[in-house]
Design a protein around this ligand. Sequence first.
Ligand code: PA5
Length: 459
Amino acid sequence: MALKLDLTGLLGDSAMREAMTAAMPRAIAARDMHHAQAPRWRRLPQERQFLESCQQRAAAVKAAGPVEVFVVLGIGGSALGNTAMIHALAPVFQEWKPAAGQPRVFILDNVDPDWLGAFFEDVPMDKAHINVISKSGGTIETSSQFLLAWQHMLAACNGDETAARARFTLTTDDANGHFRKIADDLGFSTLSVPDGVGGRFSVLSPVGLFTAVMAGLDAEGLLAGAERVDQKLAAAQPEQDAALMYALAHVLHMEAGRNVHVQFAYSHRLRSMADWFKQLWAESLGKRHNLKGEEVHVGPTPSKAVGPTDQHSQSQLYVEGPDDKVYTILKLDRFEKEVEVPAPFTSSAAFAPLLGRSLNELMEQERRGTEVALLEAGRPVCVLELCKLDAFHVGQYFMMMEIATAYAGHMMGIDPFDQPGVEAGKIAALALMGCEGYEQRAAEIEARFAERTPLVLSC
Ligand code: PA5
């Protein structure tokens, strides 16, 4: 039962190994800084009150009536961990065939009118529970989703506000923000986004745990896996700290010009772990200023690929294009199912290599083929293996990547926990939507758009 990180292909030649050794003091300083900061997200597995609050809320929700559909409304850190977890741990086609007795789960992290419009036209609101997640309570996408869901729920409840409210949970800050005030004023039930835990580090708080409990996933296992990594890394010597070595190798490769960090998931069910990682790595490490306030404009560009699908889309670039990438292959030691390829119905050479083989073997040999092609082209590749696809290993993955991100940020001399660039976009959207107090900003932005003259291809 382990998460295994094989860094061999990332350390490559002796020059890289020497660079790693020389940079160890920097890595140790980053690790010390992380331990001195003792961020709350690292302690979440021990803060049992959060799981208990989710279990109590889930029990109350389920006792009040059947829940066939569980809907998460939120964006960014409020959604991506939920999606990663559901894709990894719920039945593969859970949206139409959930586990027995469990609701179908939908995580809506966009305001696309075609998507949201179609969803609310069809979803049986009288059998739904809606979890609106926003730490700040000021994210316009989530606010608009909330209003839409409320309107549909109220209609489903024949205008009975008390009944409609019972089908909502607001997951938000305990003390601050618009959603906190709405919940307090109107009597919505709430769950906590703990103080000091930013969105992209919140999957092991009620942000992810409530979904896990409502979907019947092993929330205890998730926390146990995360706790195991927390303890193991805390006790490890720096050279044995997998998150530290992962972060250091990536930072050094980045400084040597390998700025694109690809997570290549050889598992359909792990595909959204790579999306979760993308946000964590990008939002935490892409920064304009360093801690001294100097303008540095640093940060890796995380990227996602799924094998073998993207072998037929990206591999040409990866193997022969610019040497500006670092690869993490995500793999499973074994898949849940063993699927034999049926015997050929004709003697075509197309089928010959498949005779007596399984999809499991094919997947693994494709993965190995990709790894070796990258290595032989001199591209740095590491392999992160989950011995089993269960909550324990997913919890380990979440915690390891969060710690690696914090370490990388400290090594880079930036603050991995803020996101001023995201806030800038949020403010621009508020201004353009006519929010009071942002008139000047709105005028500046509109003036920019007015300058554009698009090329028209057809009428
Ligand atoms: O990681 C983050 O902090 C962000 O991605 C937020 O999660 C995202 O912007 C949504 O914010 P909120 O939860 O406040 O609605």
